[in-house]
Design a protein around this ligand. Structure first.
Ligand SMILES: CC(C)(COP(=O)(O)OP(=O)(O)OC[C@H]1O[C@@H](n2cnc3c(N)ncnc32)[C@H](O)[C@@H]1OP(=O)(O)O)[C@@H](O)C(=O)NCCC(=O)NCCS
Length: 224
């Protein structure tokens, strides 16, 4: 199999939403928030959230394409420091207004989403993240049938080079499934938050973890 990392634009939104929904299906946190909402409502919400990401001129997005099938199989986003002015703007076609995000329909676990926001809003900032200067990784997702083939690594090393060129650290709020990936690529855990999820949990005891991780510029990969 051969893969290529490419810039993604707003035109990729539907493909990226597909990847997000499938990759996060078993995520305790996300499935708790989605609750009993219809699949179509989840899809619509994720689509609009990704559109909003494309309207953020400080966010850049990469996709990984399977060159044999032409299919997009992985994605990643990087929030660049607010002080970095331009290169992301060039990559985005249509600018879309965030106000187009509509509240999700019935069945959505609004309480879980509020709890998530309350829990995590300050997590990065209280650990030193400064949006003016630092990078933030988010929405790293690989289709399940393409996982463990190095695509998460491909995306992460690419974004690490951008941060290294700028000489600034990168933060990420990692889920249990991605912790090992980031650790291997030079990120360190600064804080672990145990979040209560009422119905779904990979532990079976109603909790799941979010790890605030940081990679210093130039940090080496951790050998096996
Ligand atoms: C987390 C995720 C992005 C990793 O992507 P990936 O393409 O599978 O990662 P890689 O193949 O580059 O793996 C790199 C390393 O990470 C670690 N790793 C990745 N997946 C792992 C898993 N399920 N269990 C243990 N370690 C894992 C391993 O050390 C792996 O190296 P190895 O395969 O040589 O042992 C992918 O599993 C995913 O999309 N998960 C669902 C969505 C999600 O949780 N996203 C993260 C949100 S923060």
């Amino acid at each position: 199999m051969s893969f290529e990392l490419q810039p993604a634009t707003a035109e990729d939104t539907a493909d990226l939403a597909d990847i997000f929904v499938v990759a996060m299906q078993k995520d305790a946190f996300w499935s708790n928030i989605v609750g009993k909402a219809a699949d179509s409502d989840e899809r619509a919400y994720v689509t609009e959230s990704i559109r909003a990401d494309f309207s953020n001129k400080n966010a850049i997005c990469r996709k990984v394409v399977d060159l044999e099938t032409g299919k997009t199989v992985a994605m990643g986003m990087l929030l660049t420091p607010l002080q970095l002015p331009t290169y992301d703007r060039r990559e985005f076609g249509v600018m879309i207004d965030k106000s187009k995000i509509v509240p999700p329909g019935p069945g959505w676990n609004t309480d879980a989403n509020t709890a998530r926001q309350n829990n995590l809003e300050t997590l990065a900032v209280r650990n030193g993240y400064d949006a003016e200067r630092h990078f933030m990784r988010y929405k790293t997702h690989v289709l399940p049938s393409y996982q463990r083939k190095g695509l998460g690594t491909l995306i992460t090393e690419h974004f690490s080079r951008i941060a290294d060129d700028a000489g600034q650290p990168t933060y990420v709020r990692a889920r249990p499934k991605s912790k090992a990936l980031f650790q291997k690529l030079g990120y360190r855990v600064l804080e672990a938050v145990r979040v209560d999820v009422t119905e779904y949990s990979e532990r079976g005891d109603g909790t799941t973890d979010v790890f605030l991780m940081k990679r210093e510029p130039g940090a080496p990969n951790v050998p096996e």
